[in-house]
Structure formats: structure tokens, C-alpha cells
Design a protein. Structure first.
Ligand code: NI
Length: 187
């Protein structure tokens, strides 16, 4: 999920993201239209050295892109992992499950894979989640507000779902023009 404040103001050059600081890109962003974003991701087994390299690279990429969350399919990897940082430090989420939902709330969401677009999305306000962290520890937590929202947004990515799927038909028409200008439709 792109930053709640920076979502609209994020600088996206017409040709795509700026590459000034991106000297050695380890992971490449995938944009709306890419098949990876529409596939279901596979659960991950034991976290070992190679998974830790991926985790570090994903955290770096999320910060570089000024996102509050980044899911593996957004960098072309269909595995059940995402990272979140709402300003309290990075959280690594593996094989997530939402086991309880309560309340509901509308909020504008952006997505790094759908640059320049925001959609008003209705989601539960509170959730109880289970997942595995980067140390293979099982975690059960109650999440609220922004953390809950980002968790659900990233979890959607693992199920091949994008914010566009929440847009009304009227809204989709409005978004269509913007989507045509996305840096990369397919690869
Ligand atoms: Ni997203």
C-alpha cells in the first residue's frame, strides 16, 4: 500500500519511477496488468538464509518506494509474504490468515502497483490475525485502524486482488484513463 499522505503526492515520472537512487535494483516493481498481481501466492515453509535476503530486499524496496506496505507479488514473487511499516519499524508477515473481523470503515487507499490512483475501500476496522514472522515464530495479534488496513490491503495482494476491484463501475471509468498511462502494462 502506498503511503496514506504520500499516495497522491508521490512523484511518478511519466516514464515510470525515478531511478536516481536505484543503482542496483534487486527487486523490480510490477504494475497493474502484470500477471503476477493476479495470481494466488503459495505458502512459505521454513524461513532460511535465502528467505531472509528476500525479506531485507523487500523492506528496502518498500522504503525506497515510500510505501507503508509491500507484498511479494508486487515484485514478481507469488509467495505468501509481505512487509509493513506504518512508521513504527518494519513488520514481516508470512502465511497470514485473518481469523476475526469487526466494524467497518471507508478510507482512500493507494497502491505502489497502481501508481497515481486511489480508491475508497470499505474494510473492517479491527481484525485478529495469525501469521509467521521472520524468525519462524507463530504470531497472533489484534490489529486496529491503519495497521489493520495495511494488513488487509497486502493480504489482498497474496490473493491476487487489487484496490481496483473495490471501485464501482462508475469509478472504474474514471480510473481507466489513468490506468492506460501506467509505466508498465505487461511484461
Ligand atoms: Ni498494494
Amino acid at each position: 500500500m502506498s503511503g496514506t499522505i504520500s499516495a497522491v503526492n508521490r512523484t511518478v515520472t511519466p516514464g515510470g519511477r525515478t531511478k536516481v537512487f536505484d543503482v542496483k535494483p534487486l527487486l523490480k516493481m510490477r504494475y497493474c496488468g502484470n500477471v503476477c498481481l493476479r495470481q494466488k501466492s503459495e505458502p512459505i515453509g521454513e524461513i532460511g538464509p535465502s528467505e531472509r535476503v528476500l525479506i531485507e530486499a523487500m523492506i528496502e524496496k518498500m522504503h525506497q518506494e515510500k510505501g507503508v506496505g509491500l507484498a511479494a507479488p508486487q515484485v514478481g514473487i507469488n509467495q505468501q509474504i509481505f512487509v509493513v511499516d506504518i512508521g513504527l519499524g518494519p513488520v514481516v508477515v508470512i502465511n497470514p490468515r485473518i481469523i476475526k473481523r469487526a466494524g467497518s470503515e471507508w478510507q482512500e487507499e493507494g497502491c505502489l502497483s497502481v501508481p497515481g490512483v486511489t480508491v475508497n475501500v470499505k474494510r473492517p476496522k479491527e481484525i485478529r490475525v495469525r501469521y509467521k514472522d521472520e524468525n519462524n515464530q507463530e504470531v497472533e495479534q489484534d490489529l486496529f485502524d491503519l495497521m489493520a488496513r495495511v494488513f488487509m490491503h497486502e493480504n489482498d495482494h497474496l490473493n491476487g486482488k487489487l484496490i481496483l476491484d473495490y471501485a464501482s463501475w462508475r469509478e472504474r471509468g474514471r480510473l481507466k484513463k489513468k490506468l492506460e498511462k501506467l509505466p508498465e502494462k505487461e511484461e
